[in-house]
Design a protein around this ligand. Sequence first.
Ligand SMILES: NC(=O)C1=CN([C@@H]2O[C@H](COP(=O)(O)OP(=O)(O)OC[C@H]3O[C@@H](n4cnc5c(N)ncnc54)[C@H](OP(=O)(O)O)[C@@H]3O)[C@@H](O)[C@H]2O)[C@@H](O)CC1
Ligand SMILES: Nc1ncnc2c1ncn2[C@@H]1O[C@H](COP(=O)(O)OP(=O)(O)O)[C@@H](O)[C@H]1O
Ligand SMILES: [K+]
Length: 528
Amino acid sequence: MRSALLRSAALGSAPPELLTTAEMGRADRSTIDSGTPGIVLMENAGRAVAEAVMRRHPPGSRVVVLAGPGNNGGDGFVAARRLAAVGFRVTLLLAGAPERLKGDAAEAARRWTGPTRPATPEALAAARPHVIVDALFGAGLDRPVDGLPRALIGAVNAARADGAAVVAVDLPSGVNGTTGAVMGAAIEADESVTFFRAKPGHWLLPGRLRRGRLTIADIGIPDAVLATVQPRCILVGPELVRASLPVPSLAGHKYDRGHVVVVSGGGHTTGAARLAARAALRVGAGLVTLASPADAVAVNAAANVAVMVRQTDAAEGLATLLEDRRFNAVALGPGLGVGAATRDLVGSALAGCRAVVLDADALTSFVDDPEAFFTALRARPPGTTVLTPHDGEFSRLFDKLPEIHEASSKLDRVRAAARRTGAVVLLKGADTTIADLDGCAAINANAPAHLATAGAGDVLTGLVAGLLAQGLGAFTAAATAAWLHGEAARLVGPGLIAEDLSEVMPSLLARLIEPPAVAESAHDRVIR
Ligand SMILES: NC(=O)C1=CN([C@@H]2O[C@H](COP(=O)(O)OP(=O)(O)OC[C@H]3O[C@@H](n4cnc5c(N)ncnc54)[C@H](OP(=O)(O)O)[C@@H]3O)[C@@H](O)[C@H]2O)[C@@H](O)CC1
Ligand SMILES: Nc1ncnc2c1ncn2[C@@H]1O[C@H](COP(=O)(O)OP(=O)(O)O)[C@@H](O)[C@H]1O
Ligand SMILES: [K+]
């Protein structure tokens, strides 16, 4: 399933693969080794940057190209030449000595025939630019910025605050393309023009907040290099979701679409499980049952119609219920409370091979002895378990582990957690990140900020469970659910409350799922 999702990446219109800076380096090298000279790639990159400037600014505008000492600076020299050729008033400021330029960047500098001045904050301010092309650092940024580069970054941001537009080459200087981290200081761009594929740092926070609009330019690197590079991370998008969503068969029945059990909290905390249960049903599970402690049965029964309610007393009750193998996905955590009773319920759910999604209190209940929990998770069949922590739950459970403590990005933290638990881990947020045991990862970035509202996470748990019940593997279910969740929030818009998310699911799914072709009958023709 997971590999199907990664394969289906090729079907989408916006390329979903996200390349680390190391992977991008391999893509460049592989293209160059196949006969395209590096200077051709650089010329194409610089032209794409110049075109981005031309799209929004008239000739005659004052442009400062701030070029750094590497190939990012080389792209800047090309952009400067192209902009000057069509009437832009270009000032080229170089950070570093011209004789330090090497290879393609040195060649691009030779092709620039205008003056090259030393880059200083004063020179930048004196040029009074309408537009700044930020070609200081791109993929080669490998340490925190300090000294002159830091002062230059400050000067660019000050000029932007005064009205200059900033177009970043590849990445805003100071943003790490692989991790999205700001390395000491970073430029704030209005647009970033990157090449071949986006990088994780364009989508992970805080990099995403610095890059402005993202333009991905074709610079002549063929898609075929992806077979060599084998990227391990994708951006979830509609094409991937469309390819993964289960389509019910005309000949099928509700049990073909799975039966979800959502475990309810006690009489005063049933809302979270109800939100999850309704979402599981809305996303297409054939049946959903709320497993309720005795004191919650009445309230759950009164508040549900299509969702069924069964009394299940504690962990033993859940274990007995789950002896019926038709219950093929279990969701638990929301509203359960933290403690031994929840740990026991999780134990009942994890026994056996049905799919399980654990959220909220089902995670927090294990913070005092995470190792026992991880051992139980690792014993499960691969691709059957999803954990959906928010930042707080993730930190409580994982942050004591050195490999997670030391990870340099959200992507690496989630990958390390997935490796440690064997489960698919989905770490929520504006840059929701999902990873599996093998390091396959996905970032989902379509969620609007108003999705951060009480109960939204419970709905996500239900969506994951509903998709697991319909047979999706854990990675695909988690990635698909995250995108549907974000998109539902966008459809509802500001004012969203968690209940709304499930209610827009039908119109959202209708846009994604092609109904199966129905054989036309004679009767249909007569009526027409
Ligand atoms: N490869 C290709 O064919 C193509 C590549 N393309 C372009 O190349 C870009 C990558 O180029 P790149 O690898 O040369 O790295 P780049 O971002 O210019 O920076 C390296 C320089 O910065 C320096 N430096 C780093 N950190 C620093 C710090 N904190 N503070 C101070 N200095 C620091 C570092 O210095 P050093 O470590 O040597 O002291 C080195 O000199 C990529 O983003 C894209 O725009 C396109 O043209 C398409 C074809
Ligand atoms: N700034 C944000 N932008 C977009 N989505 C967000 C943001 N912050 C949180 N979310 C999303 O909102 C949901 C909140 O879930 P969670 O924290 O579990 O809340 P609850 O426990 O109230 O259900 C998650 O899906 C998360 O990804
Ligand atoms: K840059």
